[in-house]
Write a protein that binds this ligand. Structure first.
Ligand SMILES: C[S@@+](CC[C@H](N)C(=O)[O-])C[C@H]1O[C@@H](n2cnc3c(N)ncnc32)[C@H](O)[C@@H]1O
Length: 265
C-alpha cells in the first residue's frame, strides 16, 4: 500500500495547478449552497441521519477540492479536512481563508489517521473519486471506525463500481472485466498512478469486516451531463447524454451512496 499511495501523493501534488484552474467559481458558493458539493442524494442522507451539523466535529477524507468541507463548514460543522496531497491542501486553505472558514487541514493518508486530531467525529465523509486511490479498504474503514464516536456515521458518495468496466464512448463496449480491481498502473504527465476499481462487494464486505454497520445504500444516476463529458465542475452542455437510449451507460447507476454507522456500544 505504502509505495502506491506515495506514488499517488506525488501525482496529486503535481496535478494540483491543473485542478485549481478547472474551477475558479463554484467553490466560492459551497458554504451558501451546500447542495453544489454533493451528488447521489448524499446531503439528504447527512440531514436524515446526522441532522443539524452546527458545532459537530466532522472529518472529510481525500478532501481534494474541499467542496464538501466548505459546504459542511457553511452548515456550522467543525471540520477536519484530510488529504494526502500537501499542494491540494494548500489551495484549499487559501480558499477557506478567502471564504472566512475556520477549517483544520491535515496532510495524511486516509488509511492511516494517526496524525489527525484526537477527536471522536460525529460524521466522516468522502466524496466523488476517492476510493479509486485506496489500496486497502479494510484499513481505511478500520481507521474511519476508530475515529468515529460510538453511533457516529460514515457517509460517502462515489463513482458506482458499475461505471468502471466500460470504454468511454456512447457505444457500449467493455474495456476490462468488472472483477479486475487492480492495481491499475498508469503514467500521466510523467507521474505514475495506481488506481483500484473496487467491486460493490469489495466496498460493502470490507465495510462490514471493519465493524461498521450498513444503514442505507443508494444507487443513482448523474443529474448533469458533465459527468459524461468528463468534467467535474460547471454545467454540462449535452443533455442527450442523460438518456440511456443515446448513452447506454446512463441506464446504470452513476453514483453509489452509502450510510454506515459505528456501533453504539
Ligand atoms: C479525484 S480527487 C476526489 C476528492 C474530492 N471529492 C474532489 O473532487 O476533489 C482525489 C483526492 O484524493 C486524494 N487522495 C488520494 N489518495 C489519498 C489517500 N490515500 N489518502 C487521502 N487522500 C488521498 C488526492 O490527493 C485528491 O485530492
Amino acid at each position: 500500500m505504502g509505495e502506491m499511495h506515495e506514488a499517488n501523493r506525488k501525482y496529486w501534488d503535481a496535478a494540483t495547478p491543473r485542478w485549481r484552474e478547472l474551477d475558479e467559481e463554484d467553490w466560492r458558493r459551497c458554504p451558501e449552497r451546500p447542495s453544489i458539493a454533493f451528488e447521489g442524494n448524499a446531503l439528504d442522507m447527512i440531514y436524515e441521519f446526522v441532522g443539524t451539523l452546527a458545532g459537530k466535529p466532522v472529518c472529510v477524507l481525500g478532501s481534494g477540492d474541499n467542496y464538501a468541507a466548505f459546504a459542511l463548514a457553511g452548515l456550522g460543522a467543525v471540520i477536519t479536512s484530510v488529504d494526502i496531497s500537501e499542494q491540494r491542501l494548500r489551495v484549499a486553505e487559501e480558499r477557506a481563508g478567502i471564504l472566512g472558514l475556520d477549517i483544520g487541514f491535515v496532510r495524511s493518508d486516509a488509511a492511516d489517521l494517526t496524525s489527525i486530531p484526537d477527536v471522536k467525529y460525529e460524521l466522516v465523509c468522502s466524496t466523488n473519486g476517492f476510493f479509486v486511490w485506496i489500496a486497502d479498504l479494510i484499513r481505511l474503514y478500520s481507521e474511519i471506525s476508530r475515529v468515529l464516536r460510538p453511533g457516529g456515521y460514515y457517509i460517502f458518495w462515489d463513482i458506482h463500481p458499475f461505471m468502471r468496466p466500460w470504454k468511454n464512448q456512447r457505444i457500449l463496449e467493455m474495456e476490462k472485466p468488472y472483477f479486475q480491481a487492480g492495481p491499475i498502473r498508469s503514467e500521466e504527465q510523467g507521474q505514475t498512478t495506481y488506481e483500484f476499481h473496487w467491486t460493490l462487494s469489495d466496498i460493502i464486505n470490507s465495510l462490514l469486516k471493519s465493524g461498521l454497520v450498513l444503514r442505507r445504500i443508494l444507487e443513482t444516476t448523474a443529474q448533469d451531463p458533465r459527468f459524461w463529458q468528463g468534467a467535474s465542475y460547471g454545467k454540462g452542455s449535452d443533455n442527450s447524454l442523460l438518456d440511456w437510449q443515446n448513452n447506454p451507460r446512463a441506464g446504470l447507476p452513476t453514483w453509489l451512496t452509502i450510510v454506515a454507522q459505528e456501533p453504539s456500544t
